[in-house]
Design a protein around this ligand. Structure first.
Ligand SMILES: [Mg+2]
Length: 398
């Protein structure tokens, strides 16, 4: 059973502004664009919310609702600094943190022996103690319910939904608490006589599909508290890769292996520089003239050392290459990037041998940084001129 924690900072920009200017506390103020330049409200204080001011409404409208509203232009560099500090704290409590925005993140707590409530309370207290920022948290068996739990407890909330209680928890909530139910859909559902998420959960799925298509099926599942989206850390969507195109096509196994080793060293160096390990190794091969294939393998654990990455990459290569076959381009990459400290390498238990080899890799990386790539080479590379291409980074976080 999964355990997901969702965290959202309360009125984040306003909370930071209050730290910088405590006289703002308890007053109606907002961060947003100016009314005379068609600005909108970015965030507003809870005092301003009492007057009906909300995020995303035009500033002109906000000033009509609350004429004494104090408008601040916002200091996004400062907010970014606080956001990074919050995310760093979250990283201490789970290896899988999915940052959704500047003030919102999911943590995968699955497998953690401590109760979710205890971890959530610790995080809340630490963000308060270290940064003096208020936040709300929700813990549930999936992202959908955890986020609704957070929202239901705002501000300064901590709401736990025990596994099995998802549908019962959602049942009395208004429809617009549900992900995917915007004003238009809500109006449609209201016209059918539904008021709560429970009403939607009780409605026949077939009828919702008939009326709303696939969206109807999703809403039906969501209303019952079902959601199977995984928590995916930002790194996992990214990859580090390097490739090279030969000036002349190559069919010599030794040359191909050496080249793959060179490229692997670039990838491994990038991985270690970012303090990451990888779960997936992939290769890219182009046969002349242009046919390009990729193959990848997701490993049962993580890899971070060059020889581990190379072993997986060469095994993939041997699956597609026959001796004598000419190769125009070869590349290797890693993805599924994660924190190496939290998981065991698939090749080694964290014994002394592993630690020693990891240290050796660190030393090699430091020497390369200091003296350049020519300073240190593996035996099989000695005497060969090296061509270095900065490791390409591709992909984006989801
Ligand atoms: Mg927030």
């Amino acid at each position: 059973m999964s355990v997901v924690l969702h965290l959202d900072l309360d009125a984040f920009f306003c909370s930071v502004e209050e730290l910088l200017d405590p006289t703002l506390k308890g007053t109606a103020f907002a961060v947003g664009g100016r009314a005379d330049s068609r600005g909108v409200i970015s965030t507003c204080s809870y005092e301003a919310r009492k007057f009906g001011v909300r995020s995303a409404i035009p500033t002109a409208q906000a000033l009509r609702l609350c004429p004494h509203l104090k408008l601040l232009p916002g200091r996004h560099g400062v907010y970014g600094d606080y956001s990074r500090k919050v995310m760093a704290i979250l990283g201490d409590y789970s290896p899988v943190v999915q940052q959704m925005s500047v003030d919102e993140a999911y943590l995968d707590l699955t497998g953690d022996p401590r109760p979710g409530r205890e971890i959530a309370a610790t995080i809340k207290a630490r963000i308060r103690a270290d940064l003096d920022l208020p936040c709300s948290l929700g813990v549930a068996s999936n992202k959908l319910v955890a986020k609704i739990a957070t929202n239901s407890g705002k501000p300064d909330g901590l709401v736990i939904v025990p596994a099995g209680d998802e549908a019962a928890f959602l049942k009395p909530m208004p429809l617009d608490m549900l992900w995917g139910v915007g004003p238009k859909t809500r109006a449609h559902l209201t016209a059918l006589g539904m008021k709560t998420i429970g009403d939607l959960a009780a409605w026949p799925t077939d009828d919702l599909v008939r009326r709303f298509g696939e969206h109807g099926r999703q809403m039906s599942a969501a209303s019952q508290g079902r959601d199977d989206r995984p928590v995916v850390s930002e790194h996992e969507a990214k990859s580090i890769s390097a490739e090279t195109t030969f000036a002349r096509d190559v069919s010599d196994a030794a040359v191909l292996h050496r080249t793959l080793l060179e490229l692997t060293e670039q990838v491994g160096q990038g991985l270690r520089r970012d303090g990451l390990a990888a779960r997936t190794v992939k290769i890219k091969v182009r046969w002349p003239p242009f046919e390009t294939i990729t193959r990848q393998v997701t490993l049962p654990g993580t890899v971070e050392l060059d020889n581990e990455i190379l072993a997986a990459g060469w095994a993939l290569f041997e699956q597609v290459w026959k001796p004598g076959k000419r190769v125009r381009l070869i590349g290797i990459g890693v993805s599924g990037l994660t924190d190496p400290a939290r998981q065991l390498s698939i090749f080694d238990a964290p014994d002394q041998g592993f630690t020693r080899r990891r240290k050796a890799a660190d030393v090699i990386d430091r020497l390369r940084d200091k003296y350049g790539d020519a300073a240190i080479q593996r035996a099989s590379l000695a005497g060969r001129r090296r061509r270095w291409v900065p490791p390409a980074k591709e992909g984006d976080s989801g």
